[in-house]
Design a protein around this ligand. Sequence first.
Ligand SMILES: *Cc1c(COP(=O)(O)O)cnc(C)c1O
Length: 369
Amino acid sequence: MSTAAPILLTPGPLTTSARTRQALLVDWGSWDEGFNRLTASLCEQLLAIVNGADTHHCVPLQGSGTFAVEAAIGTLVPRDGKVLVLINGAYGKRLAKICEVLGRPFSTFETAEDEPTTAADVDCLLRADSAITHVALIHCETSTGILNPLADIADVVRRHGKRLIVDAMSSFGALPVDAQQVPFDALIAASGKCLEGVPGMGFVFARKESLAAAAGNSHSLAMDLADQHAYRMKTGQWRFTPPTHVVAALHEALLQYNEEGGLPARHARYAANCRALLDGMAALGLRSFLPAAIQAPVIATFHAPKDPRYQFKAFYERVKAKGFILYPGKLTQVETFRVGCIGHVDPAQMREAVAAVGEALREMEVFDT
Ligand SMILES: *Cc1c(COP(=O)(O)O)cnc(C)c1O
């Protein structure tokens, strides 16, 4: 097992299928009709996943997920707008940092890392500050795996006549979101997460009227989603060099997504992965950081063993030698480590990963978990 490529139990890049990686072996010309069709088909399929074809455009963007988040804020929030950023982890903090760097006025509301933001919180905050134009939310906060109540919050934001920007990077494709039921101005995700493509591009579902009204608003040329979209509508092409191989791999990954049974099947597999992981780790005596009720089936956080012989780096190396790549914790207050449930993996492999964790701890003589 140690000689084969390890299985990534991380929230992106993650384990992809051989068929998806095979799609990387073709060179595409960016002017080629075939490639333009690939992009158009990709955007159509992505929009179908959120039931957004009537109300939203899908705007693909080169780069990692953060590029797409930054582009969405820079394009859709007017320079004299104000963003309320809801924070319960590192990615929420990153949203605030983006607003700060872009010079968009913002305020923050922060809850503990094991405490979801509630719709009642957002209701109070919007009552208290009428200057707020946009609310920005992380759907699944990947720094712990906590799930925020998107539908309830979207409803409150709509009732106040404000606009919602959702970072759904680590949930899109696995947790259901229907654009006709859950109103948003922008929902952002990327190629290398629950769709099981390779990393390299993000995409933003932007409300059609909002995108049209945002022309000229962006502070940046490369990150201007209004211009990116207008150019593709005019030419069928990406503005600037497209990540051709990434597009081809994501297209192939989407074919498999649909063959598997689309979102319900993807969600069911990840939920089974997460259950196998949580049950197995509990049997080893490892405690999960989040209560099950607010745990998204995306990534799980575990308390580090109390035993002084435990050390993340040595533990990581031992588990890696057995074929699995874990993820460090991202909490400031408590020592943790994380294990992803997403990617081209199944519950049997999750059980093997748990067995590898158990062996590694025994080898390290870590008994006090
Ligand atoms: C992965 C992720 C991002 C994007 O991170 P990149 O490193 O830029 O790909 C943003 N938000 C959340 C919630 C994520 O999980």
